[in-house]
Design a binder for this molecule. Sequence first.
Ligand code: BES
Ligand code: ZN
Length: 866
Amino acid sequence: MKATFSRLPVALRPINYVLKLKPHIKTFQFTGSESIEVEVCKSTTSVVLNSVNLDLKEATIKVEDHDIIKACNIVPSEELETVTIHFPRDIPRGKGYLNIEYIGEIGEQMKGWYRAKYTISEGEERYACSTMFEPSDARRCFPCWDEPAHKATFDITLIVPKDRTAISNMPIASEKNIEGSPELREVVFERTPIMSTYLVAFFVGELDHIRDTTEMGRLIRVFTPKGLQEHGKFALNAAVKSLTFFEKYFDVPYPLPKVDLVPVPDFQSGAMENWGMVTFREDCMLVDPENSSTSRKQWIAIIVAHELAHQWFGNLVTMEWWTHLWLNEGYASFSEYLCVDSVFPEYEIWTQFVTDTTFGAFSLDSMKNSHPIEVPVNSPSEVDEIFDEISYNKGASVIRMLHSYIGDDDFRKGMKLYLERHIYKNTFTEDLWEALGEACGKPVRDVMSTWTSQVGFPVITIHATEDGDSLRLKLHQQRFLLDGTIDAKPTWMVPIDAISSQCVQKPCLSVMLSKKEDEYVVEKGKNLGWFKLNPGQIGFYIVKYPDELLLKFQPAIKDKSLPPIDRLGLVHDLFLLIQAGQTTAVDLLKLLPSFIDEDAYVVWNCISGILGKLNLLLDYTDSQSLFQKYVRNLMAKIWADVGWDPKPEESHTQTLLRAIILRKLGLYGDQTVIEEAKRRFELHVSGKEKIAADIRATVFSIVVSAGGRDTFNALLKLYDEASTTEEKNRIGNSFGKSKDPAILRDVIDFAESDRVRKQDSVRIFCSVAVSKVGREIAWQYYKDNHLELVKKHPGVFHIGELIQSVTCNFATIEQAEEVENFLTVNNEHGVDMKVKQAVESIKLNSNLLRRDADKIHEFLLANVKV
Ligand code: BES
Ligand code: ZN
């Protein structure tokens, strides 16, 4: 029988951990000595702690002036990830010390305390040791109450080789030589504030650093690989400004003496907010001034802001249990935008929120296999599964909606109240609503619980009748589901605004729809042009307009009197309705030519994402090449504007736009673009002229797609020679664009070889699955090698990601069945939720094609000039 997970018993409570760890880098083991100051609240003969893969040699406990008690039996449970330490008699109540001697492993799975390989200049391979504990892997490093609510302080000591840098959450308190071991030194770090185990961190390796201080005098250090201090400057500037921003925004001081940013050469996600010592994947932190792209820099600014937001929201005040994970991640994903907007206003980052954050949330949350923001979770793998679009993107989106509903002033007041009220403690979602509600006097809890405790989001259907100078509106809400089924039950409290051709700046309607259906009257004046709900796409809902209202948007799209976010909002909502069968893809193909004069990056970014998805599906029909021609025609005008090379003084978003348009044209067969890409690639390879960083990834993709073996080989060589992770990834991620099955098969072998770091291999593997041929090859490979793959890339973030990306764009019912059967029988992957979502998505694809493929073909035949 499978053991069931439950929270740890609370007879003992940790107060302070004294941890002394000595890594043996050659054998990948470490020795640990731990003394936990505890409060024995209830007398007991056994203590249960979390522990995985640790070999406990002995344990004793001493309470106040009672005698030391030595453990008589130490029983690990691999399944429950615990160890039970039995004592021969009752431990008396009071304050005491639990002492444990143990041995652990410096693993290779990028969790717990693990090794990360790097090469020094002479080509010699060495290992750094770094930690990644969230959500539940501190237990791989020291026996502990590894739950966010068991906060304690930590005294960390590391015994490390003299020539290595040792970093932890806190600054170094003292260092000393070790008698008899001239090559080692003992580094003692200052005591941390009271904090959760998942935020503990340390690093041992070889790094340089640069430093700066904020206006408020906080020390920030950015570590870099040896000799590459230059590559840390961007992150240092971003971190100084972001920390300053948050100190002012929250009006609560940053509580630690310093914060370090540390790049780790092997890293499972993008970054981790360990308190005072944030760790990063290298390409999420390091900027090579000559070779980093604008979009990378923007992403780094976002990540730095996100992790620094956690220093308050997550670290200082922490969720009580992982059910409230979204509080951490949703909130940080919202405030990264607040911060980047203030630090890098030229990024116009808020305009990018909808496409980059909200839309991802919609696409998962409109599936049957979505889940509410607040979701009961128990085992570590269940916890891993909710680091997803819902916690991050829906979380951020509903907070943005709330921010707009109560206004920035009250939002800030409420945040300060929340942080100060719960400082150093743990919270439930309700606690945030309580504080924000107090600050603004509005029914925050009532409104927000409809968004966090219910799965899904509403589609608002409008019925409108003109009545002289007024417009009578009937608004109806219903859960939006992609499979077209109707779930009549849930209703949300939806703050609804509307703008119209006569009042673009200020809403002409501002109401709270809290029933299934309600009626409103809008004074519209004489000649109403268009009328649009959800200005700025701030509400987490989509809108279905009657045809007569929909038609009125077309001129406003053409002359751009409708604001950019609203233009893209229309297209996006329409695409969801198409997928749900509420209208057909032909409506979209008819609407898009209104965008012929479009010049906004955000709008093209959204359109290009939608076209990309359609293109994937049309790979299963005869329409793909006609469709690609349609897209080339659609983008001809904007391409003539942006061209290959940057204009003097062009804006940040114009730079981003170029790569998007270029990519579509090149991959969709525009011969002049392909020829020029090849020419630039040759110059690049021969070392005569480097391709500009901002279009390099795109050019690589285009030449791989249009080229053969020679191009692939040339890029493989560049991959091996590339010195930064960013460069390697822009090369590696282009490989899947090949159209040659033999090359695609080789790409998978390459992704799984030692030439690719484990952190990058899943991404390269999945890049193969972006075409019909590639997807079949990748899936066949999975079926043939699933046991090895699961073993090599365990966990939701790796095998889960792989399974989902490889399968979710299949498009027939037979494929849905095959994927489901195979992954149910061979379920060692342990990522059931991802599998269900992937299967659902295949079925949706298949339904869309069944309904619309012929209609699309007819439309294209009649309308595309060949
Ligand atoms: N706390 C997470 C890191 C994390 C992710 C831990 C998954 C455990 C499992 C961190 O704050 C984070 O969210 N990182 C993001 C980047 C962010 C900008 C969205 C990441 O790593 O992708
Ligand atoms: Zn986060």
